[in-house]
Design a protein around this ligand. Sequence first.
Ligand code: SF4
Length: 529
Amino acid sequence: MNLQRPNSGDVTQTTNRAKTVVPSSGLCTRCLDGCTGNCEIFQATMRGRELLYPKPYGELTAGADKNYPVDYSHLNIQGYAMGAKGLPEGVEPGPDSALFPAVNTEAEIGYEHKVRMRIPVFTGALGSTEVARRNWDHIAVGAAISGVILVCGENVCGMDPHAEIDRNNKVVESPEMRRRVEIYRRWYEGYGDLFVQMNVEDTRFGVAEYVIEKLGVETIELKWGQGAKCIGGEVKIDSLERALELQRRGYLVTPDPSSPVNQAAFKAGALKHFERHSRLGFIEYESFMKEVERLRRLGAKRVTLKTGAYSMRELAMALKWASDAHIDLVTIDGAGGGTGMSPWRMMVEWGIPTFYLEAMTYELCQMLAAKGAYVPDIAIAGGLSTEDHIFKVLAMGAPFVKAVCMGRALLIPAMVGKNIGEWLKEGKLPKTVKQYGETVEEIFVNYEVLKDKYGKAVDELPLGAIGFYSFVDKLRVGLQQLMAGSRNFRLSTISRNDLMALTEEAARVSGIPYVMEAYREEALEIINA
Ligand code: SF4
């Protein structure tokens, strides 16, 4: 069985000429000499490396479409006809007390300085890609008013064209980073937090010193990797001057903008973009421990770690080192995840898919716990978008997994809400929106709730933030329903017993009992009594 077909697709805006295609190669079964396109090879004949990336750059996010042998759809959630775990102390379980809106979805992560969240989800890292920059205000305010964590991704200071960089190549001021932090702060209400990510270049630029000392950021996230790719963050640059400036700042820029050949190709219009890449990390125990210590000395209240879909060896390092360093949260991002810009074939073909990665994480955390070691709070990311994903991820990784990171799923409502604002201004609402009305009050189901809470200030909320809030509300209520059905009235009572595996392979990978085995002993005891 073929799990993914190469050589054409929506992501690269390509198609096969023929109706029948060889599954493994993606080439048309009859490739005609004289074909006028439009597969990836046809396009790469002219545009070469441009075909590595989803397009149009800056206007999209992309997610891999490989159909992995096992994923979370291979689990179902158990339901029970009696009981209610986790009701507030003193409340007697019964039909009048165990109502689904009474389910508490509040979560907490962290070692010493805890962060509370209204629901155990947080955003993917929005870094220096154009799509992240354009949607920042919407998603940041949305995260603040929804009470969830917001992650500012890598390279924001280094990419800021107005950043002041001193003689030692350290950032002194970054208006873009300041703007990002300040807008989140303005709407922050005690739930959630703003994490700022650091990669190799950010560390060299002294980003941690800047955001902690000058902007009062409390949480720094060390980045080892992400699910969408196994090379560092990338963006496209469509100005020669900017490409040269970023090269001067120390970034890897390809093709080399200093080369007269590439400058000529750019001026002629054949070369349309340069690419800015980050460096590969080289993890090492001693320097990791020293860096965590240094960040704490600088004043970081929390230090978290984000790692990607690397091998089980690196996963074990992440967990063991995080345990030794008392890291506050480890986010583990599996393959199948999304991105603003990653090479398409890499996104599809590299890394351990999320389901398998979580199964490994559970096993390794259990081993740490059995030794009596500190087990850091864990978050799982990579292709997750629904309330049932939240339930399944928390249950499968219980009691270690405390939250779910959603990249694209949380960016979309911010983007859609922002666009509704634009369409309203232009008087060009599409039918899909117009069906609910032609004013903000009519379109957004939660507008009145927010107006009641914020009064006149509701009109200062970016519409993308209202969209974000509405989507998180859907996740929260949906999660309450699933939790009530499985008789869990708080997150801490959710356990692996609340899941069944629908395929024997999923049972073998995850250790979750196969559907025909789950609760069998209890059932037989009842029948034989
Ligand atoms: S060149 Fe044309 S015929 Fe050949 S594989 Fe590509 S789309 Fe098909």
